[in-house]
Design a protein around this ligand. Structure first.
Ligand SMILES: Cc1cc2nc3c(=O)[nH]c(=O)nc-3n(C[C@H](O)[C@H](O)[C@H](O)COP(=O)(O)OP(=O)(O)OC[C@H]3O[C@@H](n4cnc5c(N)ncnc54)[C@H](O)[C@@H]3O)c2cc1C
Length: 311
């Protein structure tokens, strides 16, 4: 008897439509997607990443790549029929209602995703690429792997990391010590987050309330991370200041994450840092080279790069 192995992809396409649009603040809009195929969607929670494939003018989602090899099918299309693809975070998933929430940063019409989100209305169609519940193994796509015995968590990022950080914060058990630092465009972009006891959330608006010029991107976040690391010093897992391979954030992706089986028993602080790549690169240098933090305890992720589209 021959046994046929059916290859099920870990990630698959989900054609969906917009069920609701909610403007959360000047800088964020929450788009709730729905569709019958979301019964096979499998968010792991935390910083679960997905792809959003955006409609093409005049063609909508007609060119949605079919089959299990969605990426190969997409690449095989002529460029003018390739739907733009961008990476986002699952902010909320309600399987019983077949609904997925994505919080989009509104940074103007310079990128297809932000431009689409500015105009999104009920009924609009997009395609999500996300974890497949029918896949027999772990679907992955998230980087939040703190050791159970980490004495303190440091979670920091800019506005693009806010959805991931809020989802992480809301999943923490009460009593888990965590310092959360979030740089956002304005004070009105400090979103509601249900932080359990023990979690201290600090919002860092670049634009002060009274019309003074905004702080340069990353300045407040960097200063806050440096100060927090200094304060947490005694809890840090010391490591000899390490030589770091340079990452050219204009040509490479800055993505340095500890294995999902982070070592247990050796941990003080576990840190998760995401945002604009050059800012995260500066934080990486500070933590690993200057503060001597063990890089096995820190996830550094460049979520986007100023001046470069992420296609
Ligand atoms: C794992 C992961 C998860 C992410 N989750 C989210 C999320 O939940 N919500 C979210 O909003 N973003 C998220 N991002 C970031 C998002 O993918 C980028 O911001 C993306 O570039 C947006 O695509 P776009 O089409 O709007 O702009 P692009 O076409 O990619 O870029 C066009 C121009 O806009 C600039 N730009 C891009 N993003 C920003 C920004 N935020 N502010 C100012 N200028 C910008 C670029 O530098 C470029 O000059 C995530 C990224 C990763 C890697």
């Amino acid at each position: 008897m021959t046994v046929e192995t059916v290859q099920v992809p870990a990630y698959r396409t989900f054609p969906v439509r917009v069920a609701r649009v909610q403007r959360l603040s000047p800088g964020f809009v929450r788009v709730t997607f729905t569709g019958p195929e979301l019964d096979a969607f499998a968010s792991n929670g935390w910083d679960q990443r997905i792809k959003v494939m955006l409609p093409l003018p005049g063609r909508g989602i007609l060119d949605c790549p079919a089959g299990d090899d969605w990426y190969g099918a997409w690449r095989a299309l002529p460029p003018e029929r390739q739907m733009p693809i961008r990476t986002y975070t699952v902010r909320g998933f309600r399987p019983e209602r077949l609904e997925v929430d994505v919080d989009f940063v509104l940074h103007g019409a310079t990128g297809p995703a932000s431009a689409w989100a500015e105009q999104a209305t009920t009924g609009d169609e997009v395609v999500l690429v996300g974890p497949n519940a029918r896949f027999p193994g772990p679907t992955g796509g998230y980087e939040w792997h703190p050791p159970a015995d980490a004495s303190c968590l440091l979670v920091a990022g800019d506005e693009t990391a806010v959805p991931a950080v809020c989802a992480i914060v809301e999943s923490l058990p009460a009593g888990r010590l965590a310092r959360v630092l979030l740089e956002v465009p304005t004070a009105a972009d400090a979103l509601d987050v249900a932080a359990p006891a023990g979690v201290e959330v600090t919002w860092l608006p670049r634009s002060p309330a009274h019309g003074a010029p905004p702080a340069p991107r990353g300045q407040l976040l960097t200063a806050a991370v440096v100060a927090t690391v200094r304060e947490l010093g005694p809890l840090l897992t010391p490591s000899p200041a390490a030589e770091l391979a340079d990452v050219d954030v204009d040509t490479e992706i800055l993505w340095e994450v500890p294995a999902d089986t982070a070592p247990q028993g050796s941990s003080g602080v576990y840190a998760w840092l995401a945002g604009e790549a050059s800012v995260v690169k500066g934080l990486r240098r500070h933590l690993v080279q200057e503060a001597g933090v063990d890089r096995c305890s820190v996830a550094f992720m460049g979520y986007w790069r100023e001046g470069r589209g992420s296609d």
